[in-house]
Design a protein around this ligand. Structure first.
Ligand SMILES: [Zn+2]
Length: 800
């Protein structure tokens, strides 16, 4: 299946092609490529090392175990066997190859290099003679996703999505290793796509249901200089919303309007982020200002109405999609790790277009919060959604059936080096405060910039500037983070209760203070630089309370806590097993401390808080407690437990801790036994907006839930609100139920009740006891209906 290699005239400068910008006409602001940036000892070095030494190999191992790599070998007739998995699994392996290639740029590793050669040989073998590469179809795996034949089901086949990731991997692998093995596969594929799709009469007028190929084609164009690839990227973008030329997929795929007419971010969030990033690339490479106007509008919409505090986007589980404006829930927030990555990649490109620090403010918020939570400190466990609250059942996983997030992380972390610095002519931009050293070629001469800092733990940074030639004049542009000066996001979506200002920032050159004049979010130091020059920055890092825009209903009456770029949260592990019942009064005092999480010392915050407890009568009392808050990214490393980011400021908005200890024969991992006694009544039996306990996936069995009290309680009855999701799932009302208490000898005895146990939907099913019962334990026994499961939304006791 090996083809003759296409010959191309390549204008490759190895060092320049790792970065986003290398074509002659490209972004006005250029990143400093990741192979010219060394990450030094500080916050990020352990993360880079873990990515390189653990995550790359963990991802490859899972890809081998699950058949993702075998699919290429099988399609290439190197081994026998059928296709395994999901048709877009090809993209997972391309993403790991891309990430692995980036690590080779700074850490040559013959073992990894040889391993990549092996995987790439399988990819090359899997490519059909005309350039088609999609292992599912080559192996004859046809389903509703793939469609019957090539390009027959572009809305869901992911044929072009997969190879978009191939192109990104190929550009990275070629730039770093100089090898053409994967680049040749990519070009042969792109040539086929270019023959198949386009404006010509005989060419198809389709576009991909999942954007990604646009970014990939721009990278392939930069790597090869082949303009057809850039034209093709623009063609696929311009095909969206063209109902005069094709049948549209709709808003879920950002295919409801031509892109230049889109004004609101809608649909699947990862797709949207990749589309907007691709539009930025094409705009930079072609000078298309209509694209820039469109993505400027879409960016305004996201940062002012659809951005979660952790930088995440895509509020809804349903469709992994954006919600309405200001629809920013906490526990039910989806916020896929891939969407955080897509949002960061887009914001980096927006900076490269406009040179404004506000885009890096968004990028930084993502990177330290809603992205970083996606990977465990150990590097081998991952979140897919990154919610802002948890009832306790949610935790990271080693892998997923659809495992887009773990493999996206592996290629994203090395790119952080490339987000750190940028340049334009003789101006050098310091965008992120990362302990690192960068070699830059400016129009005024070469310079090495070295940062020492333990940011984000402190706001102190020392930057040594060493020009190759003493007296080199250039501008050093230092980003003043929005969080430091009262602008946590570049919109009114989140504000600081007591805003910071430029008074909280100090900058000096060789000890002499620099006047702080802001331009596009930067302080500029113009100077003829000499070896030994040092710039010091000090950003004050007080604890800042954050409030959400009044239109954000889920955060009404709630405050979040930030310090520097980090969002903080409370989790069960530090707070006696309860986080959701914590309330932070507006005047809560904070003290800094440290917490060790898996041997890593993190800055923690101790707050004078209150814990809200409800008794059997539902009466709420607030008890003073010292709450411990840790950085949000670090939650869920000490077992799954409750977690909360947005704290109520009054007892009414808290989720009270019950003084009941609830347990059950079984509870589905995403539900919570304590939901039964959280005092929250649903609107109906199918209400998915309140927490529940279910025996899912058990069906037809005898199950129970029980309450235990600290001291005996006297009860005259109780009531159950049953869960029933007819039309959505397989939970139904139970066949029957009854109550029991332990008798004197510890055996379960039926509670005498008045009348029959009622079973009904959409109401509290009340039962009165024949006489009041005094007990420390009450058990509710349930017989599920045949073949279905069941659950409880609320089980209320009636004390005497
Ligand atoms: Zn993902």
């Amino acid at each position: 299946m090996k083809s003759t290699l296409l010959t191309r005239s390549l204008t490759l400068a190895l060092a320049a092609t790792v970065g986003l910008a290398s074509a002659a006409s490209d972004y006005p602001y250029r990143p400093v490529p990741l192979n010219q940036v060394s990450v030094l000892e500080g916050f990020w070095l352990p993360r880079f090392e873990t990515n390189r030494l653990v995550t790359v190999w963990a991802d490859f191992k899972k890809s081998e175990e699950t058949g993702r790599i075998s699919n290429f070998a099988r399609a290439g007739k190197l081994e026998d066997g059928p296709f395994k998995g999901i048709p877009f699994d090809d993209s997972d392996v391309f993403k790991i190859v891309e990430g692995a290639a980036y690590t080779l740029a700074t850490h040559p590793d013959p073992t990894l290099d040889a391993y990549l050669d092996g995987v790439i040989a399988k990819m090359a073998a899997a490519q059909e003679p005309d350039g088609y590469l999609y292992t599912a179809r080559t192996l004859g795996f046809i389903n509703g996703m793939t469609g019957k034949e090539r390009w027959s089901n572009m809305g869901s086949s992911h044929e072009l999505y997969n190879i978009g990731h191939l192109y990104e991997a190929a550009a990275a692998h070629h730039a770093v290793t100089g090898k053409r093995t994967l680049l040749d596969v990519a070009c042969k594929s792109a040539d086929l796509i270019d023959r198949t799709f386009g404006p010509g009469e005989s060419q198809r007028k389709g576009t991909s249901g999942h954007e990604e190929i646009e970014i990939g084609l721009c990278k392939l164009y930069r790597a090869t200089g082949e303009k057809r690839y850039l034209d093709l990227a623009k063609f696929f973008i311009d095909m969206r919303g063209r109902k005069d030329l094709r049948k549209l997929y709709g808003s879920y795929n950002q295919d409801h309007l031509p892109v230049v007419e889109q004004t609101e971010a809608v649909g699947h969030a990862v797709r949207a982020g990749y589309l907007y990033a691709g539009m930025a690339d094409v705009a930079a490479l072609t000078g298309d200002t209509s694209y820039i106007a469109a993505i400027d509008r879409l960016w305004e919409n996201v940062v002012s109405k659809k951005l979660h505090l952790n930088g995440g986007i895509g509020a809804r589980h349903q469709g992994e999609a954006f919600g309405e404006n200001y629809e920013l829930p906490n526990e039910s927030a989806y916020l896929e790790t891939c969407a955080a990555i897509a949002n960061a990649l887009w914001n980096q490109r927006m900076f490269l277009l406009h040179g404004d620090a506000k885009y890096i403010d968004v990028l930084e918020r993502i990177v330290y919060n809603g992205f970083l939570s996606g990977i465990a400190i150990t590097g081998d466990e991952f979140f897919y959604p990154n919610p802002l609250a948890s009832s306790g059942g949610y935790k990271r996983s080693k892998w997923f059936g659809c495992s887009c997030c773990p493999v996206n992380i592996v290629r994203f972390i090395p790119q952080l080096a490339e987000f750190t610095y940028a340049q334009r002519d003789a101006a050098v931009y310091v965008n992120l405060y990362v302990a690192s050293s960068a070699k830059l070629k400016t129009s005024a001469g070469d310079v090495t910039v070295t940062q020492k800092t333990d940011y984000p733990w402190s706001g102190n940074v020392r930057i040594a500037v060493a020009p190759a030639k003493d007296g080199t004049p250039f501008s050093l542009k230092l980003r003043i983070p929005g969080w430091a000066i009262g602008k946590p996001v570049p919109s009114d979506l989140y504000t600081q209760a007591r805003p910071g200002s430029l008074k909280d920032v100090a900058i000096a050159v060789n000890g002499a203070p620099v006047p702080l004049t802001l331009e596009k979010g930067y302080v500029t130091i113009n100077r003829a630089w000499r070896g030994g020059d040092a710039v010091t920055l000090a950003f004050a890092m007080p604890v800042r309370r954050i409030q959400a825009h009044p239109e954000v209903k889920d955060n009404a009456g709630r405050l979040a806590v930030e310090r520097g770029p980090l969002v903080y949260c409370a989790e069960a592990a530090d707070n006696a097993g309860h986080a959701l019942s914590l309330m932070l009064p507006a005047d809560a005092a904070f003290a800094e401390g440290t917490v060790a999480v898996l041997g890593h010392s993190l800055v923690s915050l101790q707050a004078t808080a209150q814990s809200v407890v409800a008794d059997l009568r539902g009466t709420r009392t607030a008890q003073p407690v010292t709450a411990t808050l840790i950085p949000y990214f670090a939650w869920c490393h000490r077992g799954a437990g409750e977690m909360q980011v947005w704290f109520p400021a009054s007892p009414e908005s808290a989720v009270p801790r019950s003084n009941i200890k609830a347990s059950a024969s079984h509870c589905w991992e995403l539900d919570s036994v304590h939901a039964a006694c959280d005092g929250t009544l649903p609107k109906n039996s199918g209400d998915h907006s309140v927490k529940r306990m279910t025996w899912w996936p058990r069906r037809g069995s005898a199950e129970w839930i029980q309450y235990e009290f600290a001291a005996p309680e006297t009860l005259k009855g109780c009531a159950v609100y049953w869960f029933d999701d007819t039309g959505k799932g397989s939970c139904r009302l139970p066949a029957s139920w009854k109550l029991q208490t332990p008798d004197a000898s510890g055996n379960w005895a039926d509670v005498p009740v008045s009348g029959a146990y009622p079973v009904a939907k959409d109401t509290l099913c009340e039962i009165a006891f024949a006489t009041p019962v005094t007990t420390r334990v009450l058990r509710l026994n349930v017989q599920l209906q045949p073949n279905v499961s069941g659950g409880v939304l609320e089980w209320k006791l009636q004390p005497q």
